[in-house]
Design a protein around this ligand. Structure first.
Ligand code: SAM
Ligand code: SF4
Length: 352
């Protein structure tokens, strides 16, 4: 199997060009954006097999020695916050709970950058058993992915019958003081008719629900622009049960647009990545589980920070690679362009 067949893009070994870059420590790009939000994927493994993300058999395993270690992650997170202006760190995957050393990763990062919020995106399976330890280690917030509260639909969509474990995980996260727990739901044709039930459940549980338009990042390459459920279609479905009042985006860099539900104060969010793209305010920078820097979900350009770390690079040298990677960030994803080509890595291999 070639690297490309495994979904691993060709990696740049040359340092990225810094031509024309202003003299600033921050992660600026050519389009006036500054990255402040770091997404750190820590594994490609997962307990579910969501059809819009993973292949049925799971992703090809990353060899253990290619995964970033706890110390490497802590060093990179520390450097990103202290040298590059990152203000929030989110751990993702694959499923971050699969890593047995997740608590040590959180604790190490919290000790190194105690004032920086540390968040996690999780599918919630088994969260009930770990959430108190994670909160003690320094986790500040959690987003749980849940697309439906119908058990049969959940099992079909994720190829696993684990709805009850996810619901218990969400309740446990609130009980552990990680409020507000945000729930992320990918918009799918199969679960659209249950969207209002999911919103009702989240309102009753005090969770903030956000729907996300499906992106062409599925391992099965089934995504098609003509089939995807749009934000507008969702709002029609929810509008039949609830009164929705648009409140927009409180923070211009936040991807979710929000609507008050039945006069508020509860809201529902919609992340319309495809039909109302927000690339011009994107503030993300990404690190994959095998130690590659990516400036955009959709760009195959990666820079190998693991190799630099293990070759003995100094913090300054790594910071320079990171600044160059972001300076060369694309303007946007171009999903609507005729010549759009999905990236080689799929969502589970990048980290959403
Ligand atoms: N396993 C964790 C989870 O599911 O929350 C973290 C990793 S998952 C890749 C991160 C987020 O990406 C989840 O909210 C998931 O629903 C979302 N996601 C996965 N595939 C997607 C796709 N094709 N389009 C839009 N969102 C997607
Ligand atoms: Fe796993 Fe999350 Fe991908 Fe679902 S979306 S298969 S839970 S990584």
């Amino acid at each position: 199997m070639t690297l490309v067949e495994m979904g691993i893009p060709t990696v740049r070994s040359r340092p990225p060009s810094l031509d024309g870059r202003p003299d600033t420590p921050l992660l600026v790009d050519r389009f006036g954006r500054t990255a402040r939000d770091l997404r750190v994927s820590i594994t490609e493994k997962c307990t579910l097999r969501c059809t819009y993300c993973m292949p049925e058999e799971g992703l090809p395993p990353i060899p253990q020695h290619e995964l970033l270690t706890v110390d490497e992650i802590v060093r990179l997170v520390g450097l990103a916050v202290e040298e590059l202006g990152v203000r929030e760190v989110r751990f993702t995957g694959g499923e971050p709970l699969v890593r047995r050393d997740l608590e040590r990763i959180i604790e190490g990062c919290h000790t190194r950058v105690p004032d920086t919020p540390l968040a996690m995106t999780t599918n919630g399976v088994g969260l009930v058993h770990r959430v108190h330890g994670l909160a003690r280690a320094g986790l500040s917030r959690v987003n749980v992915s849940l697309d439906t509260v119908d058990r049969a639909d959940f099992a079909r969509l994720t190829r696993r019958d684990r709805l009850n474990s996810v619901l218990a995980g969400i309740k446990a996260a609130r009980a552990a003081g990680l409020a507000p727990v945000k729930v992320n739901a990918v918009l799918m044709r199969e679960t659209l008719s249950g969207a209002a039930d999911l919103l009702r459940w989240c309102l009753d549980e005090g969770c903030e629900l956000r729907f996300i338009e499906e992106m062409p990042l599925d391992a099965d390459h089934e995504w098609a622009r003509a089939n995807m459920v749009t934000a507008a279609q969702l709002l029609d479905v929810l509008g039949a049960r609830f009164t929705l009042t648009e409140v927009g985006r409180p923070d211009p860099a936040a991807p979710a647009e929000r609507w008050l539900v039945d006069g508020g104060p509860a809201t529902v969010g919609v992340i319309a990545t495809v039909t109302r793209k927000f690339c011009d305010t994107c503030d993300r920078t990404r690190l994959t589980a095998d130690g590659m820097l990516r400036s955009c979900l959709f760009s195959d350009e990666e820079f190998d920070v693991r190799a630099a770390l293990r070759a003995g690079a100094t913090d300054d040298e790594i910071a320079t690679i990171w600044r160059g990677a972001m300076w060369n960030k694309w303007a946007g994803h171009g999903i609507d362009a005729d010549n759009f080509v999905p990236p080689e890595r799929t969502m589970g291999a990048i980290g959403g």
